[in-house]
Design a protein around this ligand. Structure first.
Ligand code: SOE
Length: 387
């Protein structure tokens, strides 16, 4: 197999990120399977036609049901809002298509479990869009843990801070409506934190959480795209915000480590601070996505006169994916995490295996999201295995 024909549903923020990844991939990773940008699909004919031209897709359509039936399409990439993930996944898998689905997989744990069941029964490949796993500095943290360089892990501390909702006149975008988004900061940002924790540390056993919706009503949106939106004005008619603005929780990991998590859209001054700190018996690491090429590393066995955190730039040939990019020190960005993600997807086709992270990881993440929701509702600890 030397190419995979892609039909992509959704063309806004993630649609652009995925298109860019498919486009650039063959230029830098010529030895893997080639993604062919066949058809892009969206609800608005004018919008999707413009996106097709701008992003470089061969064709466009507004009819996803016709798209998933096409014989010349191998994989359906779903990056439309979360409320349509389930219906499209199930229909596409039943039509024999491989699936890439953006996070969070579904609106509920039950739905995500059903999606997993269907893709497994259909025998297709499935992948979920946890792109931050593919930052080389994050992969370095994983390598250090696996090699035992940090020793026994005691603490996992993670926070994802954005501030695009601080303005009370920011309108009621789809991301603020439970029936479309499932949840707010929890499913949007917390989902990434949870997945990184699973990737780096492992399973969680129990959680306890709290959340808040600080601004309860917002002007009805007239036009939204990505994280930007237009409202008529402060006097515009208002609607109810039905998701969390911020969710915090604590957890115990199966390996004995303790974890704390914070996801908010009210972290004034923080645009996209996706960070974690891990402390172990032999050392620590700190990652901050806004400096995504770097990992702060501390080892207890460094000589005492030079002990301290050191900054490792993850751009040397020793680091994941780095050899395919620029000479050492020539840094990469957000978009590269999506290119790496798609390389993993294409390699899975080449090696005829499931890509990672796949729907199992998506369901595992959803299980923690839901356990935290239950804990908030009950105001008590909730065991993950009981959710
Ligand atoms: C918006 O909060 C958002 O774009 C998320 O939807 C993404 O998953 C995250 O990577 C960045 O922030």
């Amino acid at each position: 197999m030397d190419k995979i024909n892609i039909g992509m549903i959704g063309y806004k923020f993630m649609g652009k990120a995925h298109s860019h990844a498919y486009r650039d991939l063959p230029l830098f990773f010529p030895n893997t399977v080639r993604p062919e940008m066949k058809v892009i699909c969206g609800r608005n004919a004018k919008g999707v036609a413009e996106a097709a031209k701008q992003f470089g897709w061969e064709e466009y359509t507004t009819d996803w049901k016709a798209l998933i039936k096409r014989e010349d399409i191998d994989l359906i990439d779903i990056n439309a809002p979360s409320d349509v993930h389930k219906e499209i996944t199930i229909a596409a898998a039943k039509a024999g298509k491989h699936i890439f689905c953006e996070k969070p997989l579904a609106l509920t744990l039950e739905d995500s479990r059903e999606m997993l069941k269907v893709v497994e029964a259909a025998g297709v490949k499935h992948m979920v869009g946890f792109n931050y796993r593919f930052a080389p500095a994050v992969m370095l943290a994983k390598k250090l843990i696996e090699e035992g360089k940090l020793g026994d892990i005691y603490h996992y501390r993670a926070w994802f801070l954005q501030d695009w909702l601080v303005d009370p006149n920011f309108p009621l975008a789809w991301r603020l409506q439970k029936e479309i988004a499932g949840s707010g900061s929890h499913g949007d940002l917390g989902a990434h934190l949870i997945d990184l924790a699973h990737y780096l540390i492992g399973d969680m056993t129990e959680v306890i959480g709290m959340s808040e919706t600080f601004i309860k009503e917002r002007p009805i949106a007239t036009n939204t795209t990505g994280l930007s939106a237009n409202s008529s004005n402060a006097q515009a008619e208002k609607g109810k915000v039905t998701v969390d603005d911020a969710t915090l929780f604590m957890t115990r990991f199966a390996n004995g480590a303790l974890g704390s998590f914070e996801a908010t859209r009210y972290g004034t001054g923080h645009r996209c601070t996706n960070s974690f700190e891990i402390n172990g018996s032999k050392g620590s690491v700190i990652f901050d996505f806004e400096r995504m090429n770097e990992l702060q590393v501390y080892f207890t066995d460094d000589h005492e006169d030079v002990q301290g955190f050191r900054r490792v730039l993850a751009t040397d040939p020793a680091h994941a994916f780095a050899e395919n990019w620029w000479p050492p020190g020539h840094t990469i960005g957000y978009e590269h995490t999506f290119i790496h993600e798609m390389v993993e997807l294409m390699e899975a086709f080449k090696e005829n295996r499931q890509p990672v992270p796949n729907f199992h990881d998506g369901v595992k993440c959803q299980q923690v999201l839901e356990a935290v929701d239950q804990s908030i509702e009950k105001r008590q600890w909730v065991s993950i295995s009981e959710v």
